[in-house]
Design a protein around this ligand. Sequence first.
Ligand SMILES: [Zn+2]
Length: 303
Amino acid sequence: MNAKVLLFALLGLPQAVWSQADTLGYGGPEGLDIYEELIEEDGGSVDPVIPRVAAGPVAWDVNDSLSFIPGYDMYCHWNTDVIFDRGNTARFVHDTLRLVLSQADCDHALPCEGKLNSPFGPRRGRMHYGIDLDLETGDTVRCAFAGMVRISKYNKSFGHVVVVRHQNGLETLYAHLSKRLVEPGQVVEAGDLLGLGGNTGRSYGSHLHFEVRFLDQPIDPLLVFDVDKGQLKASTLDIHKGVFASIAAAKAASSARRYHTVRPGDTLSAIARRNRTSVSALCRLNGIRSTSVLRVGQRVRVN
Ligand SMILES: [Zn+2]
């Protein structure tokens, strides 16, 4: 256990000490502007519900400060075990937050060079909360932005997975790795090697499942990266409630039951293929056998 990991074990400090509301803006180390809060033109102010780290009267030693944990002022937690600590996260209460993604050419990197295999969004009746990028097992997987490794572990779904928290509050997740090369608490730069690509966990074929999240809520990584061009979409990213609302709507749509009405000539395998499912899944959903005869007009549940 290195000194930093040990320090995190001591983070059960009374939170109020660190969360005195004051007039401080958010900021990164050395006054770096990491994001700015956009306030409505009509003067509507933003309710500062997310506690902010105070620098004023609190006895303050930079060596035991929490401020070196990226985004601690927003999350108020640093959990190196739970991948998404939904119950413990401050809600997004702002009109719009403009996150600064890049201030120089070298401060960001595409995690791998493979093409996009599968986008973010509804997929086979479930939400896909990231993008899938093509790679071969053993290919290098690199960190998208500077930050600190929060998670490096094995997970049943994600396989070997690494999560990095960045100064602007974004978190990036790298899943199905064959090998992890970083530890929680490790400080990483954009482009640093995090691990090797693979096919571990719930994965069918080598690929990188890459997610971008803010306050434990998923964001389409293609809002951040232009995968085809291998570069950032823009140097800033605006986050507002609409971003999450559209995701919630897509999720609701993806989980709604869908049916196919049997037409002449339809077969179970053709229906399965068209709906990106399997004959055995259709049989299970509809309580039928693969040899059952379909009637024209019969409704077959497909998800
Ligand atoms: Zn995926």
